[in-house]
Design a protein around this ligand. Sequence first.
Ligand SMILES: [Zn+2]
Ligand SMILES: [Zn+2]
Length: 265
Amino acid sequence: MAQTICRTCGTQYPDPARLPDLCPICADDRQYVGDDGQTWTSLDELAKDRTIRFSRLTDRLYDLRITPAFAIGQRAFLIRSEGGNILWDCLPFLDPPTTAFIRSLGGLKAIAISHPHYFSLMAEWTETFDCPVYIHENDRQWVMNPTDRVEYWSGPRQPLWDGIIVVNTGGHFPGSCVLHLPDETGHFLLTGDSIYVTRDRKSVTFMYSYPNLIPLPKREIEQIRDRLDGFSFDRIYGAFEDQNIEADGRAIFDQSIRRYLQIFE
Ligand SMILES: [Zn+2]
Ligand SMILES: [Zn+2]
């Protein structure tokens, strides 16, 4: 199979004959080009020694990770809901056992992705599950493998079904989003890199670039604060496996915003 997947970020490109010299996602200062320069791989090559592992976090929430890890190493989330299941964020891999497992839980009604670092293999996933993928209009330029299944949305919020809402926070990318989910045991947020859970899980942070440690200007932090005004949530799940905040998420978020804004005083 053609080598069209960037090894550093996991973004898939449509045409092996027209690959860029450098993957634009990696050439951007919110990512980096690997130490060996630009290299490519294929789904077949990845399938030789990789699979996707599911962990059940609650009755309705699973996280999915490629193992052994590949590219950025983010997780995606499968949320089961009465009106249909949703995949939050995406992975640069998909294999038949993963497809079969998700189908056994009812398939996918839609995919929603927090930002371009996790667009990855979205064309493959939307095709397999015959569903739309929600991407914020502000990040349209970063879609490297366009498909007519992309639903570009605009504005601060996109309500889905069963009270599930995609919220555009901006910050990391202009189209960066989080997913807010109502739940009987406490509402929760899936945040990608839009809200980044820190190592001790007692705070969150917000960066323009995580690998290059470039902070955000004040106006972006204020926008993130304002876009989440009025939402209640207890739990926060970031993009990586050690990023689960199990309680007091709203207070942790508010405190973290206040501390960030103090820097500008
Ligand atoms: Zn890349
Ligand atoms: Zn990112």
